[in-house]
Design a protein around this ligand. Structure first.
Ligand SMILES: [Zn+2]
Ligand SMILES: [Zn+2]
Length: 370
């Protein structure tokens, strides 16, 4: 099969590699249809690493994808041949202490697509995944939308972790794909139908309340440096969008929101935006760290954080939110189509990576059609 293989820093080649095959009865052979280019893929392309995760060449990257089921193992019931699916790139063991705590996203034996040392990626024609990672679209969303379920699931999970109160005032710093996915998730006024409580899980579900995401935000202030992304955030319905290169965004937001915001989502991974979040938060507010910094350490204005008694919440990808992301798109509560700005073929993958790396041509999400 054809695969795009990283061969060195800023080097990739289209190669012929062996096609994978079903090994376990729970495996599904998938024909990849669409792959979204993610900032983390570009980190690996440009620098060969993210923190302690270092690429060993040759290596196939990519983790945001939709696919069609080509073959299934003997015990697979969740999908059948021909089904279109969104793929959860995280293969967790369900056996370690973290999995047993329900924290599959920090599984000790995690195999995540396109993560060095864990699994090869999906920038190729075929991959094999366990059936539980395959989410059939049932025709409710397109293959392009299905490829956006993974980044949207991170936005949905971030909003869930923030436990927004009703009519919260929030700030989202950074309007790239993850910032926008966080915004559309927060905006989606989404109340779950009352679930039948399983025995024993009553107290947990009750403490989470019925609303899975938010009960609607009152105001959402966003900041971004790239003009096209500012326009995208405005079009998506942000209350106010500012450019920190051109204006004092902290002053302007605090003019509108003198007490500060309840929750600040950091989606840029920059020291500057982390500092701005701290300035923008009201006492007792929550700082949600989603962006991936390019450096190993950041500094925190601890005096301000302490005096304001700010809660810091880190987001590690997502946990059990892929189906939710798909439902949000299918129901029309969330629109992700406006984020897709560019489309490439597998042969043009390097062009797509360069475009995203350089933030050129107003790119938000670039998709590669396999
Ligand atoms: Zn991603
Ligand atoms: Zn595990």
């Amino acid at each position: 099969m054809k695969a795009v293989v990283l061969t060195g820093i800023k080097q990739m080649e289209l190669r012929d590699v062996p096609e994978p095959s079903i090994q376990k009865d729970t495996d599904v052979l998938l024909k990849i249809e669409m792959v979204g280019v993610c900032g983390s893929d570009v980190h690996y392309y440009e620098t060969g690493r993210i923190g302690s995760q270092i690429v060993k060449y040759p290596y196939i990257t990519g983790h945001e994808c939709s696919a069609t089921v080509k073959a299934v193992g003997s015990s697979v019931t969740r999908v059948k041949v021909g089904d279109a699916v969104a793929v959860d790139p995280a293969i967790s063991c369900h056996n370690c202490a973290q999995c047993k705590l329900g924290r599959e996203n920090t599984c000790y034996n995690l195999g995540f697509l396109g993560t060095p040392g864990q699994a090869e990626g999906c920038l190729c024609e075929y991959i094999v995944m366990p059936e539980e990672c395959c989410y059939p679209t049932n025709g409710a969303i397109t293959l392009e939308q299905a490829a956006l379920c993974e980044p949207l699931s991170i936005g949905a999970y971030s909003v869930k972790q923030a436990k927004l109160s009703e009519n919260a005032n929030i700030a989202i710093l950074g309007a790239g794909p993850i910032g926008l996915c966080t915004f559309v998730s927060a905006k989606a006024k989404h109340v779950n139908p009352v679930r039948k409580l399983e025995q024993g899980s009553k107290s947990r579900l009750q403490s989470e309340g019925q609303s899975f995401l938010s009960n609607g935000v009152n105001a959402c202030y966003m900041t971004e440096k790239i003009e096209e992304r500012i326009k995208a955030a405005k079009k998506a319905g942000a209350t106010w969008v500012g450019n920190p290169d051109k204006q004092n965004i902290v002053k302007e937001i605090l003019n509108k929101q003198p007490d500060g915001v309840d929750v600040a989502f950091e989606c840029a991974g920059q020291q500057e935006t982390i500092d701005q979040c701290v300035e923008l938060l009201r006492p007792g507010g929550k700082l949600i760290l989603i962006g991936i910094p390019r450096f190993e350490r950041i500094s925190l204005a601890i005096d301000k954080i302490r005096r304001k008694e700010i809660t810091i919440i880190n987001i590690r990808r997502q946990n059990k939110c892929v189906q939710k992301a798909m439902d949000l798109i299918a129901s029309g509560k969330v629109n992700v189509d406006f984020m897709i700005t560019h489309r490439f073929t597998l042969e043009q993958t390097q062009d797509a990576f360069c475009l995203v790396a350089e933030y050129r041509d107003g790119v938000v999400k670039a998709l590669i059609e396999i």
